[in-house]
Design a protein around this ligand. Structure first.
Ligand code: AMP
Ligand code: GLY
Length: 422
């Protein structure tokens, strides 16, 4: 089978890695890809917002199935666009993508289907939002309705701060958002829960926790994710049952009733409070860097999973995972998440053995004259699997030392909550 993966991050490299292990894979292209995907796929440079161009490439390369990595093309309707042209796509349609693309849409799905979530209000006028804030307790969470590249959520310590943030959003801080969602602050433990979904069924697709803050001890500004580990330690059988019955199944049923059954990966960002799950957010795709650890743990052929999902035949697959602990540590360019250095050569990649238990998934990298250079803020994902999370982390840190890249930095404490409890 011929696959195309759309995107250029660590997530897409990890998906390409797993697809490329399948005996059923014939051709793999990545649009646009990075220096890591280039080793296992044909990278084709194109603007992934230009759906006509993506379609042209897919026809030319005789692709059977397209896997869409990032949320933006999904929210903008790439699935509808390609499906209309008879291309098989793994990912939700534009309507269902509102689960991530509009926080107001997601919150209304929760409200209308009794899905546990933080209490909230949705506003497009400042005066109404201000009245709501005046009646709220701090901290209060202010969210831009639409996609905001991870910058749309602010946890405000005071009501005054919440008013300022709200005003900025309603004045057009994010092009995607004319509305604001104001939310009760939930205090608990976060958990990322993944499922793979087709029109007829769904399967558990791994659990993870990521570390969004730039600094050790989870301090400092938010990032796209500084590292992740799997499995999440707080996922018990009884909690999982609640997540399925109270959150995942009512959501999938609601989307069906709305005439847009969900298909693709669905990522539920949850807050666990006193053993009860609350939905914080939905992502309509794999997590990045969570995908990197899940692909290392997945034992089932990913080509099969995606092939069967796009035929609505997922019922017939048994998804298997290894029992290892897996950690990915993100190597960032100095300055990230602010202005960061670019075009810095990464020299020692060949010092690190890559095998079933050790992988380096590339994110912001490119290749020039057989040398690898940094491009993005998140550069590499040093991913290791071992008997337990502590051993996996030590192995990642050893690999990072061998890399010895002076233009970047990383957190040494990824997985600290889980490792403390070992
Ligand atoms: P989101 O983009 O909705 O995932 O929000 C980003 C991060 O903000 C989440 O991963 C949480 O850590 C935090 N967050 C969002 N909403 C809430 C909430 N209602 N209570 C507490 N923390 C929240
Ligand atoms: N790691 C968080 C995300 O992918 O949204």
């Amino acid at each position: 089978m011929n696959f195309a993966v759309i995107g250029s991050g660590g997530r897409e490299h990890a998906i390409c890695y797993k697809l490329s292990q399948s005996a059923k894979l014939n051709k793999l292209i990545c649009i646009p890809g990075n220096a890591g995907t280039k080793k296992i796929a044909e990278n084709i440079i194109a603007n992934i917002s230009d759906f006509e161009m993506v379609y042209k490439i897919i026809k030319e390369k005789n692709i059977d199935i397209v896997v869409v990595g990032p949320e933006e093309p999904l929210v903008n309707g790439i699935t509808d666009f390609l499906k209309k042209r008879s291309i098989r796509v793994f990912g939700p349609d534009k309507f269902a993508s509102q689960l991530e693309g509009s926080k107001a849409f997601m919150k209304n799905i929760c409200k209308n289907n009794n899905i546990p979530t933080a209490s909230f209000g949705i506003f497009d006028k400042f005066n109404d939002a201000e009245n709501f804030i005046n009646k709220s307790k701090s901290p209060i969470v202010v969210k831009a309705d639409g996609l905001a590249a991870g910058k749309g959520v602010v946890i405000c310590k005071s009501l005054e701060e919440a008013k300022i943030e709200t005003k900025e959003i309603l004045n057009g801080k994010f092009k995607s958002s004319s509305k604001v969602v104001l939310e009760e602050f939930l205090k608990g433990e976060e958990l990322s829960y993944f499922v793979v979904v087709d029109k007829n069924s769904y399967h558990f697709f791994g659990s993870a926790q990521d570390h969004k803050k730039v600094g050790e001890g989870d301090k400092g500004p938010n990032t796209g994710g500084m590292g992740a580990y799997s499995p999440a330690i707080n996922l018990t059988d009884s909690l999982e049952e609640k997540i399925k019955k109270k959150i995942i199944e009512p959501t999938l049923l609601a989307m069906k009733k709305l005439g847009h059954p969900y298909t693709g990966f669905l990522y539920a960002g949850l807050m666990i409070i006193k053993k009860e799950p609350y939905l914080i957010e939905y992502n309509i795709r794999m997590g990045d860097p969570e995908c990197q650890v899940l692909m290392m743990k997945l034992k089932t052929d990913l080509v099969d999973v995606i092939d069967l999902a796009t035929k609505n035949d997922l019922n017939n697959v048994k998804i298997k995972w290894d029992n290892n602990g897996c950690i990915t540590i993100v190597l960032c360019a100095n300055g990230y998440p602010g202005n960061y250095v670019k075009d810095k050569e990464i020299k020692n990649l060949n010092n690190i053995v890559v095998d079933e238990y050790n992988q380096i998934f590339h994110a912001g990298t490119y290749e020039k004259n057989n040398k690898i250079f940094s491009l993005g803020g998140r550069v590499l994902n040093i991913t290791c699997s071992n008997q337990n999370l502590e051993k996996a982390r030590n192995q990642s840190l050893t690999n990072l030392k061998k890399l010895n890249w002076n233009d970047g930095f990383y957190r040494k404490d990824i997985g600290w909550r889980a490792i403390k409890k070992l």
